[in-house]
Design a protein around this ligand. Sequence first.
Ligand SMILES: NC(=O)c1ccc[n+]([C@@H]2O[C@H](COP(=O)([O-])OP(=O)(O)OC[C@H]3O[C@@H](n4cnc5c(N)ncnc54)[C@H](O)[C@@H]3O)[C@@H](O)[C@H]2O)c1
Ligand SMILES: [Zn+2]
Length: 364
Amino acid sequence: MIHSFTVHTSDDRSMETVVAFGRGLRHRLPDTEALPGKRRLYVIDRNVHEAWQEDFRLGDANVFVIPPGERAKSAETLLAICSDLARRSFERTDALVSIGGGACGDVTGLAASLFLRGIAVAHVPTTIVSMVDAALGGKCAIDIAEGKNLIGSFWTPSRLIIDPDLLRTLPSNEVRAGFGEVAKYAIGFDAELEPLIHSTRAQAPEGLDAVILRCLQIKADIVAHDLRESDRGKRILLNLGHTTAHAIEAWALARDIIVGHGEAVAFGIRCAIAISLERGLIASREASRCVALLDLIGAAKSLAELVGPHEAPTTRDLAPYLAADKKVRSGRLRAVLPIAFGACEVHDATIDEFLEAISSLSRS
Ligand SMILES: NC(=O)c1ccc[n+]([C@@H]2O[C@H](COP(=O)([O-])OP(=O)(O)OC[C@H]3O[C@@H](n4cnc5c(N)ncnc54)[C@H](O)[C@@H]3O)[C@@H](O)[C@H]2O)c1
Ligand SMILES: [Zn+2]
């Protein structure tokens, strides 16, 4: 069954995203009228290309394969995509289509926002993280040595085509990472997701479809009212778990260590719960329910578990990365903290509170 809905982010038609969701949609990419552009270049994550190119039936001519995962979020890949578009004499009426996870979508979206001062983009997300979160909402960015996502823009995709069958080849660590982002929606926004997440344990595809659609709907509602993450809007709440996650990811990136974004987010939510408990913002029963969900999805319980075989960073190692957070204002962080299962709020917090939460988790 195919679900289709439109997310309006303003009265301007160029700011709307039409979402098509259905198993098997990947077979229809070349002839789909749903995609923008007179001509299209498909930018595809290498692992996804290897696993699915026969189903996509795009031929080689319109395809640009990029390195897998986070390594694609570089200035090099960004410029390579733009150079390829220039060599093909792409015009303002042509479009880019990303087929991959959040990393592929981020670098492709940024290239679309910059080439000829902006051409249309559509995303075909292939990870849980990108289906429930990254592909919708228009944020796109690349990393530099100084930090993650530091060069970016907002560029609303005109279409999303979501085929959950593509998740069949997703490695198990990426599935776990995806559930980190799903846990964000459950713990921060919607307690009714909790039983749906439990139902996905039965491995029934319908359970996962329901989870993805529900998360998408939450994100759609938030970005429809607050596309640019304004001070008083709700989009900032989507950063639950992300302050800690981005600091750890940036530390890892500088050392060529890959930490899955969703896995770092799940650990970051543990830290946010610890801060909420310490401040008395959340009842301990509610906090335990949040923690139980994180345990269920296999979220890392300590920094050491999160970074795997590598030596874990100390809190002193992480401090500069927390200080570089985009949400720092006058030395204080804008922290998203759970106040009950299914609800969160923004509070000012110090970097030391985050560091204390991280080390308390690693001690317990
Ligand atoms: N723009 C946003 O709003 C937003 C939101 C969340 C995350 N992000 C960004 O997204 C990135 C993380 O994205 P992600 O978690 O989707 O992972 P990813 O794009 O980094 O991919 C992870 C790995 O999975 C592989 N892969 C992807 N799809 C596959 C499939 N169907 N089968 C087999 N292998 C597959 C990739 O090759 C890669 O090795 C981070 O850079 C994060 O900052 C952006
Ligand atoms: Zn995220």
